[in-house]
Design a protein around this ligand. Sequence first.
Ligand code: NAD
Length: 536
Amino acid sequence: MSEQLVTKSTDLSASSTPSTPPYVVAPGLADRLARRVVTSPGATRHPSVTPLTGGVIAELPVSTVDDVEMAYLGARSAQPAWAATPIEQRAAVLLRLHDLVLDHQNELLDLIQLESGKARWQAFEEVMDVAGVCRHYGRRAKDYLAPRRHVGAIPVLSQSREVRHPKGVVGIVAPWNYPLSMSITDALPALVAGNAVVLRPDEKSSLTALRTVELLDEAGLPEDVLQVVLGDGRHIGAAVLDKADYVMFTGSTATGRGIAERAGSRLTGASLELGGKNSMYVAADANLKAAADSAVRSCFSSAGQLCISIERLVVHESVADEFVRLFVDRVKAVRVGPSLKWDTDMGSLISLQQLKTVTDHVEDAVAKGAVVLAGGRARPDLGPFFYEPTVLDGVTKEMTCRDCETFGPVVSVYRVGSDAEAVELANDTSYGLNAAIWSRDVKRARKLAAQIRCGTVNINDGYTAAWASYGSPMGGMGQSGLGRRHGAEGIHKYTESQNITAQHLMGFAPPKGVPAGLWARSMTMNLRALKKGRVS
Ligand code: NAD
């Protein structure tokens, strides 16, 4: 725990639990961070609450719709100069942020944990994620954005070049579940591509986002290029997206659908990273101990409040009994609790609303005949929103948790008789975000993976392997979203491509004096030759 950042409050909060000190963010820090928020004098203030205790840790000002307008004015006037800055200099900002995030990881970990309630290791995954995205785009952006030559209509005579321009100002609405990673990583490729950004982090994760924006300033990003507004999603978040030249939204499918409609009516491009109902398949030949370890992490990281978290454990019947025993033993050993040290495996849910959803899903399943193999209880003795890591068996289609995303620490076990049945179950959802396969036969697992309609499929891992392969696309099929993060798609989406083609010597129409029929015959011969050749 970073002492200069988080102190134990002398004012004992009524909602704090006996085992947890009531935390507050060090005096002065919130005020310093608030200076980066676009607000008007006399702005109302919003309390930041830590789910670890339910106590208030700081207060931050709230922006108005007029402030969002001001943020866009500032961003629009700063963007052309930023776009004109050489790409090497823009990329260098990301590479400096990489180091700053690693250097300041302790205070970031404290803030992430305080705002989200997650365990420290899972907060550290966010630090690694930001560093990874910085490194990837810091090194690769120049190549991704470089002009590309293409074969012209008449090879050699037509010289075609694809160039990329920034969209302008990208509007980003980020969710609360990954306060560091979700708030900042989507801005990084947008910025390095020459865009300005108006960022609205979630109200529950604003401190972490603001501290990271400070680090971006320190890394050399001109301040006006990244504007931050704070406020609720339905008003301030919506205002941010309604003015954007490109919409970047992460959240639930229900909200994403409305955002897509509004962006579509303005003919504005949008990337929507939405919910999922993700499966892990443990095949008959899987390394069961490794699969059980991986399943614990993949189901209960951030208390299951992870879009790519596994909520369906699909197990081949020949190994199901053994696997379930290994898995349930491990789940029962998960250390749950509020701590800013490295000594817990799972933290809290974010809010009362999230606790209610989890409780409702488990109670509904149990009332309809499901069996609780582990967990199944709220833990108010640990903190107001804690819930045990929970394993259900016997879940059927009548139960809400079969198909609806719980977004909490609840996983259901399903037994299947074949790989084909496993694929069928993984695909039996309108979502298509993430899946995992455990098998010793990677070649066969790759074939199975290609049959699963999900944006990412991890083989012998739950989610990190695919997510952290930053050169590969990351995103959802079906109701899990539109657009991709990471790799070429993750930066090209923030650009407009343009085709600039120069025609040399002669054009397409018959040259003066050449009969059209003769010209058409010569063109036909050319087309045939082109098809036989290697150009396309
Ligand atoms: P949500 O859709 O209710 O809210 C997400 C964010 O959008 C919040 O910050 C909210 O304030 C804001 N918001 C709400 N209405 C808005 C509007 N009309 N215009 C603009 N912004 C608005 O989702 P939630 O329940 O808070 O978050 C959990 C969901 O997010 C889950 O479904 C999860 O799977 C999904 N998620 C997806 C990813 C991904 O990468 N695919 C990552 C994290 C979370």
